[in-house]
Design a protein. Structure first.
Length: 129
């Protein structure tokens, strides 16, 4: 029962890291659309005129190679390995489809949102190009 309570609280939109990236991007003067359903993967931020997309990925859910992302739960290991591997494969497919459509894609990992100065520079460099 406790596991299902925890899982119910996990959000796919409006997460802390996503809100931070949105705040920084807006402060830098860039305007965007959120979660466009007509694009592969429903990107978190879409800069239509620039043909640029930003995904903000949770390290655990998308299998990042950081401390948090590389841990595997001790219970139900097979399920979690299959789930996260599936997420990684799906992410790759979405990025390939977006690139074929002419979009530039930036992935921001949850752990990268801790250093806001570096994050600002990275966002500005990506969006100014």
């Amino acid at each position: 029962m406790k596991r299902s309570e925890i899982m119910r609280r996990v959000r796919s939109k409006d997460t802390g890291p996503e809100l931070l990236v949105r705040k920084i991007t807006f402060a830098l003067g860039f305007r965007y659309r959120l979660h466009k359903k007509d694009l592969p993967g429903k990107p978190d931020l879409v800069f239509q005129g620039k043909k640029k997309i930003i995904f903000i990925h949770g390290c655990f859910w998308h299998g990042h190679r950081c401390k948090r992302g590389s841990r595997t739960p001790k219970t139900n290991r097979d399920y979690w390995i299959k789930k996260i591997t599936g997420n990684i494969e799906r992410d790759k497919r979405h990025i390939e489809e977006l690139n074929k459509q002419g979009w530039s894609v930036l992935i921001i990992w949850e752990c990268e949102t801790k250093d806001t100065d570096t994050l600002k520079k990275r966002l500005k460099n990506f969006l100014d190009d």
